[in-house]
Design a protein around this ligand. Sequence first.
Ligand code: SF4
Length: 304
Amino acid sequence: MSNYPEFDISDPWILSRRGGKNTVDPMKPYGWSLEKEYTNSGQAEDTATIFLSNYECPLRCLMCDLWKNTTSDPLKEGCIPSQIEWALDQLPPAKHLKLYNSGNFFDTRAVPRQDHRQIASLLRNFETVIIENHPKFINEKCLEFRDMLKPELQVAVGLETVHPEVLPRLNKKMKPDDFRNSIGFLKKNNIRSRAFILLRPPFLTEEEGIYWAKQSIDFAFDAGVECCTVIPTRAGNGAMDFLSENGFFSPPGIRALEEVLEYGIKLKAGRVFADVWDLELFSDSYEGPDKRKNRLVEMNLTQE
Ligand code: SF4
């Protein structure tokens, strides 16, 4: 494809394409789930995810739809601990927890620093806690929080793609070297990290999408992550729908996801997962949705 729009993809343009947000309750998460994940122990173990209702991420990436379930005002002290407490009451016991907040855990407008100690106390029974963060927010605060936590802290960071022309157009305000430096900082401080990799971001053909997802996995492992999650790019946030309608974006097919997952697992450089949360949005369907999903889930859970 490799054709690009003539206008600048900027915050104002992305914001102008958006629809409305969902109403979220700052005292309750907007979602929670329990699933198995292949862990560092070499087994598939119960992993809970809490989707916190949180302050909108200030970065405004082109493909992001996480803003839909966020607040426009910073959260007050005490909201996040209340949400976690509420979610833990609903969830069955699990060894590992993903505490996802649609943005940056170390953005103090999202998670006030005064809440960190209480959050650490609520999470004391887990073995691992995974939070998400943009490189701009990876700094000494991560180390402070790590030292408060009994579980091991892991940090998930969106690399998205290392395509030199596509990454700047994602409006992520990050270069591959920023990612590398942040992962290096975490690694130096014994904090494991995982990368989110986009499969077929806008402006790429299916073949280019596969090629650049593989290149991005290589880059992420070389930077020092111990895990990569491959996410099929989807529309639905306004900006991506515009690009889709104007020939700049098509979602990837499931064969592409399988190929990239297989490539990543065979590297044996660390764990590699396919995000299977939105499989119904795939552009091809050569088998029933359950069969396709089951095969990807099996690869996720066995790393084979
Ligand atoms: S950094 Fe993450 S949460 Fe923030 S806008 Fe980009 S994709 Fe969305």
